[in-house]
Design a protein around this ligand. Structure first.
Ligand code: NAI
Length: 344
C-alpha cells in the first residue's frame, strides 16, 4: 500500500499516466505545494518495476521540496519519472506535456537524467509549465552549471570559514572529484582565488588538461577521496560518501555539487563523528535551480539571480551554527529547517 511505503511522506498527490498510443508510462509526484507550484525535473530511466519507479519519484520529489525551500524559492517540490520502454518519440513527449498541462500548473517540469532541453521544447508544445528550455543568451536559462559552481564556491567559503577560520581561499587545498560543467567551472574560480588544487576525473586526460592550465595536480580517479587536503569537493557521482570513503577521508570539510552525496542518512552521522564539516548537497548546489526558476518565472535579471545565489553562503553559516549548537549532523539540521519552511 502506497501510504505505508517507507518513502511516503504525506505527499500531496501521485499521478500515474499511461498513453497506449505512444507507450508513455509516467509517474508524476507532488510532494508539497506549500511554497508554490511543485517544481522538479523529469527523469527518463529504466526501472526494475513500477514500485521502484514510484519509490524514486517519492524520494526525489521530497528532495526537491527541501532544495527549493532552502534556496528561498517560491516553489514546492515535485518530480516526474518516465519509465523507459517504448522509444522516446515526439508523440510520447507531447502526450506527457498534455498530462502536465492537465495538472493546471501545480507541477512544473524541467530536465533531469535522460532528458534534454530539446525534449523540453517538445513538451512545451502542449504545456507552458515547463522550464529549462534552450535560451540564447540572457542571465537565466541555458546551462545551469556555472550558476551551480558559483553557489558551491560561496558555500565552500562558508564551510572553510566555519571550520578552518579562513576567510579566503589563498593556500586552501581543495581536492575536486569531477571536472564537468560544475566541477570545471569551480576549479577555475578556486584557482583564481589562490586555492591549491588536486583534481581527478574518470576522463583522465580532462583532469590532466585542467591541471596543466590551472597549475594544479592531477591524480588517478581512485585516489581522490584519500587526498590529504582541507576540502574534498564531490562534483561527479551520487552516494560517494559511504562508510568506506568516509573512513579514508583526510580533509576537514566536504563541499561539492553532486546530488545525494550521502549513501545513507547514517553517513551524515559518520562525517560528524569524524569531525568533518559537511555542506548539505541540496543547499550548496542550489545555484542551478535558482537560475532555472528565475527563467521560468521571468525574473531572470543577472543581478537578482546573483544575489539569490550569494545567499547560499549565509544559509550554510546558519546550518553550521545550529549543528554546532545542537550537536546534530548538518544534513539533519538542513532537513529540519527545510521541513519547517514547508510547514511540516
Ligand atoms: P557533468 O556530466 O558535466 O560532469 C561530470 C564530470 O564527472 C565529468 O567530467 C565526468 O567525466 C566526471 N566523472 C564521472 N564519473 C566520475 C568518477 N567516478 N570520478 C571522477 N569523475 C567522474 O555533470 P555536472 O553538470 O558538472 O554535474 C556534476 C554533479 O553535480 C552531478 O552529480 C549533478 O547531479 C550535480 N548537480 C549539477 C547541477 C548543474 O547545474 N549542472 C546542479 C545541481 C547538482
Amino acid at each position: 500500500m502506497i501510504f505505508d511505503a517507507p518513502d511516503f511522506d504525506a505527499h500531496e498527490a501521485v499521478h500515474f499516466a499511461q498513453d497506449a498510443a505512444t507507450g508513455l508510462n509516467a509517474i508524476i509526484v507532488l510532494h508539497s505545494t506549500h511554497l508554490g507550484p511543485a517544481a522538479g525535473g523529469c527523469r527518463w530511466w529504466t526501472y526494475a518495476d513500477d514500485a521502484a519507479a514510484l519509490t524514486d519519484a517519492l524520494r526525489l520529489s521530497r528532495g526537491m521540496s527541501y532544495k527549493n525551500a532552502m534556496a528561498g524559492l517560491p516553489m514546492g517540490g515535485g518530480k516526474a519519472v518516465i519509465m523507459k520502454g517504448a522509444a522516446k518519440t515526439e508523440a510520447m513527449l507531447e502526450a506527457f506535456g498534455g498530462v502536465i498541462d492537465s495538472l493546471g500548473g501545480r507541477y512544473v517540469t524541467a530536465e533531469d537524467v535522460g532528458m534534454s532541453d530539446a525534449d523540453m521544447t517538445v513538451i512545451s508544445r502542449r504545456t507552458k509549465h515547463v522550464s529549462g528550455l534552450p535560451v540564447a543568451g540572457g542571465a537565466a536559462g541555458g546551462n545551469p552549471g556555472p550558476s551551480t559552481a558559483e553557489g558551491v564556491f560561496v558555500g565552500m567559503r562558508a564551510a572553510v570559514a566555519h571550520k578552518l577560520g579562513r576567510h579566503d581561499f589563498a593556500g586552501v587545498h581543495v581536492a575536486i572529484q569531477g571536472l564537468g560543467s560544475v566541477g570545471g567551472a569551480l576549479a577555475e574560480k578556486l584557482a583564481v582565488a589562490g586555492a591549491v588544487l588536486t583534481l581527478a576525473d574518470i576522463d583522465d586526460s580532462r583532469a590532466r588538461a585542467f591541471a596543466a592550465r590551472l597549475g594544479a595536480t592531477a591524480v588517478p580517479v581512485g585516489d581522490i577521496t584519500g587526498v590529504a587536503a582541507d576540502v574534498f569537493s564531490p562534483n561527479a557521482l551520487g552516494a560517494v560518501l559511504d562508510a568506506s570513503t568516509i573512513a579514508g577521508l583526510k580533509v576537514a570539510v566536504v563541499a561539492g555539487a553532486a546530488n545525494n552525496q550521502l549513501a545513507t542518512p547514517t553517513d551524515g552521522e559518520r562525517l560528524a563523528a569524524r569531525g568533518i564539516l559537511y555542506a548539505p548537497d541540496y543547499v550548496i548546489n542550489a545555484g542551478g535551480i535558482i537560475n532555472v526558476v528565475a527563467e521560468y518565472l521571468g525574473h531572470g535579471d543577472a543581478a537578482s539571480v546573483a544575489q539569490s545565489i550569494a545567499r547560499i553562503e549565509g544559509r550554510l553559516h546558519d546550518i553550521f551554527a545550529e549543528a554546532e549548537r545542537s550537536g546534530r549532523p548538518t544534513d539533519a539540521v538542513a532537513d529540519s529547517m527545510a521541513r519547517a519552511l514547508i510547514g511540516r
